[in-house]
Write a protein that binds this ligand. Structure first.
Ligand code: PMT
Length: 222
């Protein structure tokens, strides 16, 4: 029997990559498969949560019982997240959002001319930063960070800058953690310190991270 410790909680999860179109054939993207975010949405639902998943393009099936909203670009993800943010008790941002998009979308497929070409990029909104600015005090705001060096230091500075309650940092330089793998290891940072979770499946990791979130909420009430 699964403990229903998230019953009554409205939980907004983001997952997957974003795709930033360049022309009708091409986009800028990243290696996120969506596995980590879908595992979180599935686990939160099984624990009784009322879950909305905003997902970039992935090959995964929408989790049972979860309202799944599919988007392509960072700007679309920003709009859908903002529509659903104020009602959420818990927001977990596991999506890998592109920081930049091609400055100009080219209506016709770009032809190869010359030996090189350059691409102008424009900054995308930082969804998590905006959520931190407009957050309800009673909301639990959880970010992720994909890092390849000085993992805990970089995570802690994102926790502070984006006004988060918690950030889960994963090492993307290992084949067993971060992007695409079926396993992960998270360093969970709050203002109280760092909890190192074991290297395990993404499904188990999702439940361990939810445990940390439930505990943090309880500690805040006490
Ligand atoms: O999908 P998988 O293959 O299972 O891989 C999982 C994962 C590696 C994608 C995931 O565990 C993870 O680390 N997700 C966050 C990846 C990321 O974009 O990290 P970041 O350090 O660039 O961003 C920090 C945080 O800000 C993230 O919560 C991100 O969602 C958010 N962000 C970033 C940029 C932006 N424009 N808007 C954002 O909201």
């Amino acid at each position: 029997l699964i403990e229903q410790d998230l019953r009554g909680e409205k939980i907004l999860v983001t997952a997957g990559p974003t795709r930033e179109p360049l022309d009708p054939a091409r986009f800028l993207g990243n290696r996120s498969s969506g596995k980590m975010g879908y595992a979180l949405a599935t686990a939160a639902r099984r624990r009784g949560g009322d879950v909305i998943l905003v997902s970039g393009p992935t090959a995964l099936v929408a989790p049972h019982g979860v309202e799944t909203i599919r988007v392509n670009t960072a700007e679309e993800m920003y709009a859908r997240v903002m529509e659903n943010a104020s009602a959420a008790d818990i927001i977990v941002k596991s999506a890998a959002v592109a920081d930049f998009r091609p400055e100009n979308y080219v209506e016709q497929k770009v032809k190869k001319e010359g030996a090189s070409m350059s691409l102008g990029l424009a900054r995308n909104p930082d969804i998590l930063f905006e959520l931190g600015k407009g957050r309800r005090a009673d909301q639990l705001l959880v970010g992720f960070a994909a890092e390849s060096e000085n993992i805990v230091d970089h995570g802690r500075s994102k926790l502070e800058r984006k006004k988060l309650d918690m950030i889960a940092v994963n090492d993307i330089s290992s084949a067993q953690t971060g992007f695409e793998s079926d396993t992960n290891q998270l360093f969970v940072i709050t203002e109280d310190g760092v909890v190192t979770l074991p290297l395990t499946t993404k499904n188990h990791t999702a439940n361990l991270l939810l445990d940390q979130m439930v505990k943090h909420k309880q500690d805040r009430v006490l």
